[in-house]
Design a protein around this ligand. Structure first.
Ligand code: GDP
Ligand code: IMO
Ligand code: MG
Length: 423
């Protein structure tokens, strides 16, 4: 079987965790391939809410194997917190969670370097999640990183060398810190990691493909935060796109199957960086209130705005998305009018292809559609969809040229409607 991939098409927080959980029964293996604890994937079912950071969102469904792939950066201290929270709520992970020996470690000093670099950037700061993601990937690319598998090979020497190098950088930036308490927590995290199966995930994934196992790769962040194609430099430090699943798992492009692209019926962003359709008025505030748009990791209010089809079409192109999933449509249930950005006006010219840079000169050109003004949160099938909602879906499908396969009408696992189920 080929590997299916599910990824965010916007600036993250599209609802990936929820849908991965919904799709998990159809798969044998769920795997993360990039990012780290900058992710916050929320799942809700049976009246419980869980937020996952590094652990794949297939972890709640019985006997499924969950794999943290080589492309992920893992912070043992945060991993321990996550594991313990799940264990407290009665989920035993040790037999179901495998970790790639090639995944890179986020060291305690990576978190400090993240903070120091943000401080140095001042008003140009990225608004990172502060989890050490950038510095950990920097070390990986500059060939200074430490991997999970290194824990078993002269680890102390390698660790001390890395910390010494980081401390020089921190001193150069005049950054004040106290390493001892976070280092202690981190070492306890390493002991927690040792309870789990460390695997050669590249071989495991390819053997699983050969053995006809069904695999779902769970993206983190979103395409517009991709290091190559996102709104650089206001991006994360990994490839969040379909190609990232190949490098982050050791799976060839020929082995990729369905690509699920997931987006909100509107748009949000956390942290700094351009956002052409951002709303600063009461409409934006209404989206934030109704959608409870506050970061699941940092608690920061998310910036809100109308759906941006220029960016979305670009993301679909880069990802090769074959199926779309629309989330949080219920948040727009009470809006009389829905707007969708179909072009960027730059110096008087309307542009539909996502440009090199989006800055304050970009003015969104909107199409207005009538709202459905109907509570959709209890709907069970597409036959119940209001006419105006169907019109919105058709409009999106026509513009984006990819079918919307799933519609989500609320945060709970049960509030999910699969369309074209008969196919
Ligand atoms: P992820 O990072 O892509 O997994 O998304 P997050 O979990 O960070 O953010 C999505 C938020 O929206 C979470 O609080 C979810 O519980 C919630 N959510 C997901 N789908 C829906 C939906 O269809 N409607 C509403 N109202 N909330 C949703
Ligand atoms: P999930 O998987 C939304 C954003 C940060 C910041 C930029 C860089 O939950 O969708 P980083 O800490 O990665 O160096 O921050 O990327 N960011 C996210 N925004 N959802 C996420 O993950 C994010 N992960 C990082 O806010 O702007
Ligand atoms: Mg999130």
């Amino acid at each position: 079987m080929k590997v299916d991939v599910l990824l965010g098409l916007q600036w993250g927080d599209e609802g990936k965790g929820k849908v991965v959980d919904v799709l998990t029964p159809g798969y044998d293996i769920i795997t993360r391939f990039q990012g780290g604890p900058n992710a916050g994937h929320t799942l809700e079912f049976e009246g419980q809410k869980y937020v996952l950071r590094s652990i794949p969102s297939g972890i709640f469904q019985g006997d499924k194997i969950n794999v943290i792939g080589n492309g992920v950066v893992l912070d043992p201290a945060l991993f321990k917190t996550e594991v313990e929270a799940l264990e407290r709520s009665g989920h035993d992970l040790t037999q179901r969670l495998y970790i790639s020996k090639k995944a890179h470690l986020i060291l305690p000093t990576h978190r400090l370097l993240d903070a120091a670099q943000e401080q140095q950037k001042g008003s140009d700061k990225i608004g990172t999640t502060g989890k050490g993601i950038g510095p950990a990937y920097t070390d990986k690319i500059s060939r200074n990183g430490l991997r999970i598998g290194d824990i078993e090979h002269d680890f102390e020497v390698k660790y001390k060398k890395a910390i010494a190098r980081h401390e020089i950088l921190l001193k150069q930036m005049n950054f004040e810190y106290d390493l001892d308490p976070i280092e202690k927590e981190w070492m306890e995290g390493v002991r927690c990691l040792q309870r789990f199966h460390w695997i050669d995930s590249d071989h495991f994934m390819n053997q699983s493909i050969a053995n006809d196992k069904k695999i779902l790769a769970e993206g983190a962040q979103g395409t517009m935060l991709d290091i190559d194609f996102g709104s650089y430099p206001f991006v994360t430090s990994s490839n969040t796109i379909t190609a990232g699943a190949c490098t982050g798992l050791g799976v060839a492009p020929t082995k990729i199957g369905t690509v699920y692209g997931i987006f909100k019926a509107y748009c949000t962003r956390v942290g700094s960086g351009p956002f052409p359709t951002e709303l600063f008025d009461e409409t934006g505030q209404k989206m934030r209130d109704l959608g409870y748009e506050y970061g699941s990791v940092t608690g920061r209010p998310r910036r809100c705005g109308w759906i941006d089809l220029v960016a979305l079409r670009y993301a679909i192109m880069i990802d090769g998305a074959t199926q779309l999933i629309m989330m949080k449509s219920d948040v727009l249930d009470s809006f009389d009018t829905i707007k969708a950005c179909v072009a960027y006006r730059i110096n008087g010219e309307d542009i539909e292809d996502f440009p090199f840079e989006i800055n304050e000169n970009v003015e969104p050109v909107y199409v207005e559609l009538p709202g459905w003004v109907t509570n959709m949160t209890k709907m069970q099938s597409e036959s119940e969809f209001p006419e105006e909602f169907n019109a919105y879906l058709s409009f999106l499908e026509e513009y984006l040229e990819v079918p919307v396969k799933i519609v989500s009408v609320g945060p709970d696992r049960a509030q999910t409607i699969v369309r074209y189920a008969e196919e």
